[in-house]
Design a protein around this ligand. Structure first.
Ligand SMILES: Nc1ncnc2c1ncn2[C@@H]1O[C@H](COP(=O)(O)OP(=O)(O)OP(=O)(O)O)[C@@H](O)[C@H]1O
Ligand SMILES: [Mg+2]
Length: 350
């Protein structure tokens, strides 16, 4: 399926009646606190530049009030920027006219909300077809499409249930089925799984990852949960006070946190599930070990494989099967508990 990336360029949002008036001051470095105290305006976003690759999951993370929702709402222009661009397939969403914008929202974007956003007196089926109904698609066709996604998210048999007859996890599956039925390239998910119990939440992450393998949507996923960000994000951008403080892969962020704010975020992370063997491998051994692991295997999995095979050394191979290095179990285990600075930072940046 064709998919298109999103480019956020020099995006600013100043909330208040005269946002533009303070652009120069904000560009010149006026802080969020000062803008608020002196001028009663709120700095929502400051000079955001993020590439959200087509077919990938971009996670936006940050504490409450850091600007996550403000950012995602610019993508379908529920919020107009004070300055900057949101390019989709090279077209600036912020410059679209009314009709163009309506078409873009209906056909290119779908949102999944934290509070599910289901219509209470509509059944699962009626909720799922809603977007197509608005588009004026014939009922037989919209039902057929909706049915397919209801099945795909594991809700067969619940078509005629009402939202209040479903658990939170099931309601969020309806939210996902509804978004997918729209067949939009861009999936906007603002804290979509945050209201769910931890185990259900992990289930929903699995559903999303499984679907994403075949659908390759351009997903923008907001969370304040680092484990969720690391599990879902092909890339992660971390916001603080309306600014991007770091962006990169999960591994880059865990291994090289840009500042103390991010260090605090990543402190509790299970490193064994993030760091890949290629980050800590040494040169290939003269006598190649019997056991091989792929270079992007995470440490925890490599340790498990080696332990169950009874091997203390493994060869590391790239995707084409070429031997590119070696790791030993002792090094793996110590890297799982070693602070960032001891690891090979150059490898992490690659
Ligand atoms: N309509 C608005 N008017 C004025 N200020 C706003 C408005 N919407 C958001 N803000 C402010 O912009 C900043 C970013 O808010 P935003 O809702 O984007 O944060 P968030 O990261 O999504 O937080 P949360 O995790 O709580 O959802 C906050 O300081 C917020 O108070
Ligand atoms: Mg929010």
């Amino acid at each position: 399926m064709a998919s298109h990336g999103i480019e956020i360029r020099e995006l600013y949002k100043i909330f208040g009646p005269q946002g533009e008036r303070f652009m120069e001051a904000v560009r010149g470095g006026m802080s969020k606190a000062e803008l608020n105290e002196k001028h009663g305006h709120v700095l929502g976003l400051k000079n955001i530049n993020i590439s959200m690759p087509a077919g990938g999951i971009t996670v936006v993370m940050g504490l409450s009030g850091s600007g996550k929702s403000t950012l995602i709402r610019h993508i379908n222009r529920l919020i107009d920027p004070t300055a900057g661009q949101v390019l989709y397939d090279g077209v600036d969403v912020c410059g679209m006219g009314t009709n163009e914008l309506r078409e873009f929202r209906r056909h290119k974007t779908a949102m999944v909300f934290q509070k599910f956003g289901l219509l209470p007196h509509r059944t699962v089926m009626e909720n799922t077809v809603y977007g197509l109904e608005v588009q004026g698609i014939e009922r037989a066709e919209s039902t057929r499409k909706a049915q397919q996604w209801i099945e795909r998210v594991g809700l067969s048999g619940f078509e005629n249930h009402y939202p209040n007859q479903l658990s939170g996890g099931m309601q969020q599956r309806v939210g996902l089925a509804r978004a997918l039925t729209n067949d939009a390239d861009i999936l906007l998910m603002d804290e979509a799984f945050s209201a769910l119990d931890p185990l259900i939440r992990v289930d929903m992450q699995t559903v999303l990852l499984d679907l994403q393998k075949e659908l390759k949507k351009t997903v923008v996923f907001i969370t304040h949960d680092l484990d969720e960000a690391l599990r879902l994000g092909d890339t992660i951008a971390i916001l603080r006070d309306g600014q991007v403080v770091q962006q990169g892969t999960g591994q880059q962020i865990v291994l090289q946190p840009a500042d103390s704010y991010i260090t605090a975020f990543v402190k509790e992370v299970n490193r064994g599930r993030v760091i890949q063997v290629k980050t800590i491998m040494g040169p290939p051994a003269a006598t190649p070990p019997a056991l091989r692991v792929e270079s992007d295997t995470v440490l925890e999995e490599a340790a498990r494989t080696m332990t169950s095979a009874g091997e203390s050394v493994a060869g590391v191979v790239d995707t084409s099967g070429t031997l590119i290095g070696a790791v030993d179990l002792q090094a793996i285990i110590s890297a799982m508990v070693t602070p960032t600075s001891h690891l090979n930072a150059a490898m992490a940046a690659e």
